[in-house]
Design a protein around this ligand. Structure first.
Ligand code: SDX
Length: 436
């Protein structure tokens, strides 16, 4: 927020030249005015009053939040004040989940209790498997997961008691616990393999990898490097303040819908290729480019607006996405185990050229969280259809933290924006024989 550092009045003086009247509007938090303070600006007393037009909410503050802080110009990302670099280096995913949901890092006993609660809720009702069995073998995993999460709302009708903090917390634990199980079940359906059930003695990410990749008898243990790499990726994807899908979660939750239905809406928003679906789109783009030699021609098509450089650009970051830097380092560790992903060379060449060409530099187009993550996922054995799912699992924590904060915010109520009507004036119905 802007800080002028002096004791000038923290107000705007707005002069309406239609009437010559002047209005004093208070400035909050350094550079924010309340949109409702504009409504006093009228020509006639019975006018509705002034509004602000902001398609896609590019300059609209929808909430005051204490969860995640981003400085897009400096490439800073903090969860509850803790730098993402420190959390990725030193925390576990469930430790970060507790931090985002509760606001503080857990003590040892708090973390043990949270991990135990999550562990004891990893199973899903067997009928959910029937829901998943109804999909074609080649159904996209994200479409299956969205459906399964919405279906969960029918198994936990008490989730509708969204004003009861204890009931809310129980649904939050259930969703954090069950997302990996649902995702793994969708993957196994896709592969035509029998499901593998959760194993309580494994960590959150090891259990997920076990449910995904174990074939045959017991004794599967994921490579610790891959287990830690997935933990880091989950931490990096856990929350990102008021992005498209978090906004969907808040808007749906504002009608007091249950968290399962809200999460399905948030996942649907994440699924789009401009948002969390970008990691899948990046891989497909790299495969389409095919070789380092084809990169210059591809970038020429991007500059001609015939292609979009997926995994680049961001509404908030006008510098390198700090998550992309960490993912790039993590990729090197993963490739030591899995072997180098040959598509990495194409990605590095795209980045090298994009970071020095005026077209991209002038538009602040840097790699974002989705540019390198898919290379890791593919090297770990995930099909591209699972990439958005791997984003949704950790982001479940962020969506639930944002949902909870919205419900506890006395200023929030059902979301209902306004519009400027520019359609037809009143006209009379025309019988069909007289049309055309
Ligand atoms: C995520 O919001 C979040 O926090 C999201 C996220 C999270 O953690 O929740 O960080 C996760 O969604 C990351 C973004 C993943 N999406 C992609 O990688 C898809 C490709 N990137 C974009 O389509 C785009 O950059 C957005 C959607 C991410 C941001 O778009 P904006 O802010 O609306 O910017 P814009 O579309 O208005 O672009 C401004 C200019 C335009 O050029 P001009 O019209 O000025 O000539 O930049 C160009 C755009 O054409 N541009 C791109 C581009 N992104 C923007 N040109 C080519 N390739 C791109 N990727």
């Amino acid at each position: 927020m802007a800080d002028n550092g002096n004791d000038a009045k923290q107000t705007l003086t707005i002069r309406d030249n239609r009437t010559g009247r002047e209005y004093e509007v208070e400035i909050h938090e350094g550079d924010v005015i309340r949109a409702m303070d504009l409504r006093q600006i009228k020509v006639n007393e019975d006018d509705f009053g002034m509004m602000s037009y902001d398609p896609a909410f590019t300059n609209t503050v929808s909430t005051r939040s204490t969860i995640t802080f981003i400085d897009g110009g400096k490439g800073i990302l903090r969860y509850r004040g803790y730098p993402i670099e420190q959390l990725a280096e030193r925390a576990t995913f469930l430790e970060v989940a507790y931090l985002l949901l509760k606001g503080e890092l857990p003590t040892e006993s708090e973390l043990e209790s949270f991990v135990r609660d999550v562990t004891l809720h990893t199973y899903v009702h067997e009928n959910i498997r029937t829901v998943l069995d109804g999909f074609r073998y080649d159904a996209h995993a994200m479409g299956m997961l969205i459906s399964a999460v919405a279906a969960l709302s029918t198994f936990y009708p008490e989730g509708k008691q969204i004003r009861d903090p204890e009931v809310r917390w129980e649904q939050i634990v259930r969703l954090v616990a069950k997302m990996p199980t649902l995702a793994a079940f969708a993957y196994r359906h896709h592969r035509g393999l029998p499901v593998v059930y959760p194993e309580n003695e494994l960590s959150y990410t090891a259990n997920f990898l076990n449910m995904l990749f174990r074939i045959g008898g017991k004794g599967y243990r994921p490579n610790p490097v891959l287990e830690r790499a997935l933990e880091v990726l989950f931490i990096l994807h856990a929350d990102h303040e008021q992005n498209c899908s978090a906004t969907a979660m808040r808007v749906v939750g504002s009608s007091e819908a249950d968290p399962y239905s809200g999460l399905a809406a948030a996942m649907a928003a994440l699924y789009g290729p401009l948002h969390g679906g970008a990691n899948e789109a990046v891989l497909r783009m790299l495969q389409r480019i095919g070789s380092v030699e084809n990169v210059p021609a591809f970038l020429e098509r991007v500059k001609a607006k015939e292609e979009r450089l997926m995994g680049f650009g961001h509404r908030v970051y006008k510098a390198y996405d700090p998550r992309a830097s960490i993912i790039k380092r993590t990729a090197d560790q993963v490739f030591e185990v899995t072997g180098r992903n040959p598509l990495l060379d194409i990605a590095l060449e795209l980045e090298r050229i994009a970071l020095e060409e005026e077209y991209f530099v002038s538009r602040n187009l840097y790699p974002n969280v989705d540019f390198y993550s898919g290379l890791i996922y593919q090297a770990m054995g995930f099909p591209v259809e699972m990439f958005p799912v791997l984003f949704a699992i950790p982001r479940t924590v962020g969506w639930l933290a944002q949902w909870q904060e919205m419900l506890e915010d006395p200023e929030q109520k059902i979301a209902r924006p306004r519009q400027v009507y520019v359609g037809a004036d009143q006209r009379d119905f025309v019988p069909i024989e007289q049309r055309g």
